[in-house]
Write a protein that binds this ligand. Structure first.
Ligand code: NAP
Ligand code: ZN
Length: 370
């Protein structure tokens, strides 16, 4: 059965925040603006939001302390500020970290959620959120997830609720211009991974496939720019940003699969950036699925390669290796630990072809083995 849901209003284009300031007016009287420590002020997104709020006569409080892979404590800090300042909506600017933190704070601020059971406690309301992505990666502006580092499980966990879809997303590709090549590449690979994992998901549909294939085509078209790190062409920036949102719509409906489950562990234990962690694993995981599909008589891997305009997984590996450079290595004992943890993650049930622990060991060893 197909069940596709995406309630976020997406407004895109140059200067879209200021030009559509009136849309923010509908969200409330006082915003909690959530950002990382530097980039939102440097790339112009914060100034544009300030300008829009000023035009609307809306007040704001600023929480600008979001770290990469944000913690539960940080989400409670932001929610506490929203409560003290009587904020009635959230504007989250930045990469996935501030967007997810803003979404989590929007829920924590208006529900009695315990920090030690945050991910298992249901909630029935959230402040409205406007999201402004400044990386072209996570698609969080179009998903129902807020992902936080969870020390209790030594990995990352998701708050997941239809209430966490941002009400509004503003896609202005000018903000991407200041991305370092590293962040550009890692976040683009995250978006790629969302498209790939969505297509390999048990809940893939005609709707998510259409979005994923469009995202894959965009990734392939932007490969030369990703390789060089030169995204001075506004059309390239916009293509990457729109594709990341499309890929977000995919995973909002399919979830992610084993690649993300294993990737979270590389981030938690080895401090590998989120998108890069997925990229390290993707090629080997696709090879595994391709082998299993031959037995099952399906060819989703072929569909993925077709959308990328690639002939083989060798071509895929060469492209990803060119972007990633030298790979991190893990000891056999670490790989065993990651496979044992990841096989129990909820992501495994999301896959059309479900891997077993030996499959995860194979993927991790091929990707990272010494
Ligand atoms: P990020 O952690 O949000 O940001 C990485 C770095 O990029 C930070 O140093 C940030 O600086 C900088 N940055 C952001 N925008 C910039 C710009 N325009 N120019 C220059 N630097 C910029 O990275 P991310 O990969 O976008 O997000 C990863 C997080 O998203 C992870 O926690 C992951 O689990 C989560 N995620 C969520 C979903 C979802 O559906 N909700 C999906 C996938 C991943 P500042 O700190 O100064 O801002
Ligand atoms: Zn991701």
């Amino acid at each position: 059965m197909t069940n596709y849901y995406m309630p976020t209003r997406i407004v895109g284009g140059e200067n879209c925040i200021v030009d559509n300031a009136s849309l923010l007016k509908e969200l409330g009287k006082k915003a909690l603006i959530v950002t990382g420590r530097n980039s939102a002020k440097a790339n112009g997104s914060f100034a544009d939001v300030e300008k829009a709020l000023e035009a609307n006569g809306q007040a704001y409080a600023l929480f600008d302390q979001v770290m990469a892979n944000p913690t539960i404590a940080c989400a409670f800090d932001a929610a506490g500020l929203a409560q003290r300042e009587a904020c009635d909506f959230v504007i989250a600017l930045g990469g996935g970290s501030p967007m997810d933190l803003g979404k989590a704070a929007a829920a924590i601020a208006v529900n009695p959620l315990p920090a030690d059971a945050l991910f298992s406690t249901p909630f029935d309301q959230a402040l409205p959120v406007a999201a402004v992505p400044t990386t072209a990666g996570t698609g969080s502006e179009a998903t129902r997830y807020a992902i936080l580092t969870n020390d209790a499980v030594q990995s990352k966990s998701s708050l997941s609720s239809p209430l966490l879809f941002p009400r509004l997303a503003f896609l202005d590709a000018r903000y991407l211009a200041s991305l370092s090549r590293n962040t550009l590449v890692n976040t683009a690979i995250d978006a790629l991974s969302h498209a790939v994992e969505g297509m390999l998901g048990a809940r893939a549909s005609a709707f998510t496939d259409a979005a994923a294939k469009s995202g894959l085509r965009a990734f392939a078209e932007c490969l030369p720019a990703l390789q060089s790190g030169d995204i001075s062409d506004p059309a390239v920036r916009e293509k990457l940003l729109f594709a990341a949102s499309l890929d977000g719509m995919v995973i909002a409906n399919t979830g992610t699969i084993a690649v993300h489950a294993m990737g979270y562990l590389l981030t938690y234990f080895k401090k590998v950036d989120h998108g890069r962690a997925n990229g390290l694993l993707l090629g080997a995981y696709l090879r595994l699925v391709q082998r299993k599909e031959q037995a099952a008589g399906t060819n989703r891997v072929g569909d993925i390669l077709g959308a990328l305009g690639m002939k083989s997984l060798d071509e895929f590996d060469a492209a990803i290796d060119g972007l990633l450079g030298e790979r991190e290595k893990c000891a056999a004992a670490e790989i065993e630990q990651y496979a044992e943890t990841a096989i129990h993650a909820a992501h495994i049930a999301n896959s059309a072809i479900k891997p077993d622990k030996a499959d995860l060991l194979e993927t991790l060893t091929r990707s990272l083995g010494g």
